[in-house]
Design a protein around this ligand. Sequence first.
Ligand code: ATP
Length: 235
Amino acid sequence: MLLEVNDLHVSYGAIRALKGIFCQVGEGEIVALIGANGAGKTTTLRTISGLIRPQSGTITYKGQPITKMPPHQIVSLGICQVPEGRRVFTRMTVLENLEMGAYTRKDKANVKADIEKVFQRFPRLAERKSQLAGTLSGGEQQMLAMGRALMSRPTVLLMDEPSMGLAPMLVQEIFSIIKEINQAGTTILLVEQNAHMALSIANRAYVLETGEIVLSGPARDLANNPEVQKAYLGE
Ligand code: ATP
């Protein structure tokens, strides 16, 4: 396994947000983490990224423990998060945001070529490269956040609710881009409230309820599971 999370416990003061989370992500997979508001999805990703310190539990990447590493070191290893709500640098241009995405890289010579690749994948960003990121639409900001993450040449992309706040047509577009990024070789751990979309592109999925994994399996099986259908798919 590329990434393994074992028995992760995280508290915010008296609030126990994660109570023994486990998950595995294999090379080349799209793995989805689905669950309702407050289930602990964002906390799980932020803990993997090193932004939150767990009370206990382990996270290993390529067999190496990363649980106590600082975030920049985790990025350098190839794990990069696309945060919820986009969080682009609003006062910087599109191009500057992409350059920031490459800050941990040592091979500066290839950065220009990678920016061109991002522009090929997201033509709307190319048209707006000198525009301030804060003036982009929600969908464009999501694209920029994804492009910025790709600039670190990640092995694993941690995506937090890429569909949030987007119109249905844009959600389709964003998900097909996620699929393309995966097919080009990037492993993806995807957190989503839109279980329908997440299960449609994932290989495997985990269902999170109040800080615990209650179900897991192949995405197709979960999509056909009556409990999942009732609770998360509105069927
Ligand atoms: P959403 O889909 O609404 O973002 P989520 O599944 O990502 O939800 P988390 O954001 O991980 O859930 O939150 C898990 C729990 O931890 C919630 O009960 C939340 O209120 C709590 N929590 C999250 N961040 C903090 C914080 N900084 N301080 C205190 N409690 C927090």
